[in-house]
Each structure stands twice: as C-alpha cells, then as structure tokens.
Ligand binder design. Structure first.
Ligand code: SAM
Length: 214
C-alpha cells in the first residue's frame, strides 16, 4: 500500500501545501510592513496562532519514507498545527497498521487538524491531544517507534526526556528546525548519549534524524 500517493491524501496535501505557502507569504507581508521591532514581535506571536508553519512536501515525504521503510507502528508527534505533517505520519500508520498520537497547544489549530485528517480519510489512525505536550504526552503508555519533534523549540529536550524511556529499540527520532538555538541542548544530548543514538542531519542541517540502538 502507498497511501500517500492515493486519493484523497495526495490531492489534499497538494492543496494544503499551497494554502500553507500563501499563509506564509501573507504573514511575512504583514510583518515586513511593521518597522517597530517590539510591534513586529507582538504581531509575530499573534500570527503564529493561526499559521501553518508546516513541513515542506520534501520533508513530509521523508517522514513517510522513513516511517514506512522502518514499518513503525507507534508514532508520536509534538506539534501538529493544522495537521499537514500528521497526514504524512497517519498515511504511514495506515500502511503499517499502526497509529499516531499527536498534540497541539492551540485549540483552533487542533480543530482544523482534525478536519484535515478526516478529509484525508485517516481519522481512525490518529489520536489528538489538545494542550501542552509536557502534560498531554506524559500519559503516553505505549512504546514509541517514531517520535517527531516539531513544537516549541525550547521544549525539544524536555519532551525528549519525558519520552525517552518509552522509545522502543530501533526507534526513530526526527527533529525539525534544529538550526534554531533553542534546540542546541537537545541536539547535544542526543548526539552524545554514549552512542545509543546514530544521528545524521539533513535539509541544510535543519533536520536531525536519530536511530535508537538500545
Ligand atoms: C512548526 S508548528 C508544527 C507544524 C506541523 N508539524 C506541520 O508540519 O504541519 C509548531 C506547533 O507546535 C505548537 N506548540 C508549541 N508549543 C507547544 C506545546 N507546549 N505543546 C503542544 N504544542 C505546542 C504550536 O502551536 C504550533 O502549532
């Protein structure tokens, strides 16, 4: 099975990526028109609440490729926004007879993500948890085969520490935006955990992929 390349998933993702790109351009048009630094930062925080900030089609394809190639079953995502990356992960979960647990802070985003997953015909493969990942993911009681980190960058390390004991042997940890300084503590830790993790970076060093060898 190749759920990613079949209807309605393929067409929906194409439409969502177009919408995400338009949303990004509109956001930066507004931000670039504000000269006052403080005002711009305030607006930036406000617009984040309705911004996709989604993975690119290439990154999404890599998520799907790794998850299907490794036949992972239990997938956990930190930060789903409108559910674009969740669709890639849920498509893999369908192929692998697995499931996705995802979490998102903003109520309006998770509501839209649920609608998108429904449109993709993948609702039965996803559990949505609304709230702060440090609380919502604390109750995950299954072993994790694939962990996708894409929420608040300063929480990569706390979320990783929260879930590390639940990672199964051969688990994949995929972290986006590791070029952001707030992720440095996480990157340093996972790169140095006595070689428990085999790590590599890609997408111009913006993405870290780690393979857990217990
Ligand atoms: C980069 S976006 C995620 C994009 C999504 N993974 C995609 O590719 O479509 C990051 C999301 O993490 C959410 N977030 C930030 N802090 C969070 C927290 N403490 N718990 C849960 N979600 C959080 C933000 O609201 C935002 O929607």
């Amino acid at each position: 099975m190749n759920t990613l390349h079949t209807a309605p998933v393929k067409e929906l993702l194409e439409a969502l990526h177009i919408d995400a790109e338009a949303n990004y351009k509109a956001r930066y048009e507004v931000l670039n028109s504000i000269s006052d630094k403080e005002e711009r930062e305030k607006k930036h925080d406000e617009l984040r609440k309705t911004a996709y900030m989604s993975v690119s089609p290439e990154e999404g394809s890599l998520l799907y490729f790794l998850a299907t190639f490794s036949k992972v079953k239990n997938i956990v995502e930190f930060g789903c926004s409108f559910g674009v990356s969740t669709i890639y992960l849920a498509a893999a979960a369908k192929d692998n007879q697995g499931f996705v647990i995802t979490t998102e802070l903003e109520a309006n985003k998770i509501e839209q993500a649920q609608k998108n997953i429904e449109k993709a015909g993948l609702s039965e493969y996803v559990t949505f948890l609304q709230g702060d990942a440090m609380q919502t993911l604390a109750d995950v009681d299954t072993g994790i085969d694939f962990l996708f980190l894409d929420g608040a960058k300063e929480l990569y390390l706390p979320v990783f520490n929260l879930l590390k004991s639940k990672l199964n042997d051969n688990a994949i940890v995929f972290a986006d935006n590791i070029d952001k300084a707030e992720t440095n503590d996480f990157v340093e830790l996972i790169s140095g955990l006595n070689a428990e993790f085999v790590t590599t970076k890609t997408f111009n060093d913006q993405v870290l992929i780690a393979h857990y060898k217990k």
